[in-house]
Design a protein around this ligand. Structure first.
Ligand SMILES: C[S@@+](CC[C@H](N)C(=O)[O-])C[C@H]1O[C@@H](n2cnc3c(N)ncnc32)[C@H](O)[C@@H]1O
Length: 280
């Protein structure tokens, strides 16, 4: 387990709380003040249970997520990890805050059961329908074309949870926003790639998906926390919409990607606010 790069509460008070914290979220979360986060978005390991390489019919290799952090010895080990990080998140979540978890059929039922056992109260399950899903290469199952987002408050009794209902309705041509969301996978210019053209991260989420979550369930100035930051998509969405953010990532390489991405986003926002700034 690695040491956090910066430990709260040595961070400056708001508005300077926008940091990438490097470490295992099970170590970092206990160092944050109770109730500090207004919105938590978690994209945890899915425990995809991949058994060896996956090939297309033409024999080419599928670029699947086979990283160490997604591998667990058993369902029991995965459940225990899930229980630990959800418990740690519950402590840092404000009483009026909400928690989102994204997952697939591999893990989301386990996550949902555990979070209900811990006292969270499910508000919605949102289905992210992928406009451009990967086919089922072997042709033995349906195309797996969606992921699920669970949106929860801290308890059944919790009040004051942010839901920007009117804004969501306005974004849906004046009709109540539904729980089926259509977004393409993260591809094209948005997908971060290294100098060899390889994906920087196997599971980078589309920014548009995270932007909707942030706009729906937080207010400007709120603190948005992501305990499994990856490339920092949640933090970028928060920054873009005037929220504070905290990103926790255990892999130093990914954390660096996160920092660079956020610095670029901040610079772009500053330039958009003052287009002459770059010319002095
Ligand atoms: C599914 S990915 C998140 C991708 C992210 N949403 C994005 O758009 O880039 C999960 C990330 O969590 C990190 N991770 C896994 N276990 C962790 C832990 N215990 N603490 C902190 N980070 C962890 C992994 O290194 C990986 O980058």
């Amino acid at each position: 387990m690695s040491t956090p790069h910066v430990a709260w509460p040595t961070l400056a008070p708001p508005p300077n709380r926008d940091e990438v914290l490097v470490g295992d979220c099970l170590d970092v979360l206990p160092q944050l003040p109770a109730g500090c986060a207004d919105l938590i978005f978690a994209d945890p390991p899915y425990n995809l249970q991949l058994r060896g390489d996956l090939h297309r019919r033409d024999g080419s290799l599928v670029d699947a997520c086979d990283e160490q952090w997604d591998q667990f010895e058993s369902f029991a080990a995965y459940d225990e990890f899930t229980r630990q990080w959800l418990t740690a998140c519950r402590r840092v979540l404000a009483d009026s805050g909400s928690l989102w978890v994204i997952g697939s059929y591999h893990n989301i039922y386990r996550v949902g059961s555990i979070l209900q056992d811990l006292g969270f109260w499910v508000l919605n399950d949102i289905v992210w329908i992928k406009a451009n899903p990967m086919p089922n290469f072997r042709g033995v199952r349906f195309t797996n074309a969606h992921e699920t987002l669970l949106w929860c408050k801290k308890s059944e009794q919790a009040t004051g949870v942010t839901f920007n209902y009117q804004q969501m309705k306005a974004e849906n041509d004046g009709k109540q926003m539904r729980s089926d969301w259509y977004f393409p996978l993260c591809t094209g210019a948005e997908r971060l790639r290294d100098e060899d053209g390889q994906k920087v991260h196997p599971t980078q989420k589309p920014l548009a998906l995270l932007e909707r979550v942030v706009r729906a369930a937080s207010q400007p100035g709120d603190l948005v926390l992501d305990p499994f930051a990856g490339t920092g998509t949640t933090a970028v969405a928060a920054l873009r919409h005037g929220r504070h953010w905290l990103a926790i990532e255990q892999d130093r390489g990914y954390a660096e990607v996160c920092r660079e991405r956020l610095a670029a986003e901040a610079a772009a926002l500053a330039e958009a606010a003052d287009p002459h700034a770059v010319y002095g």
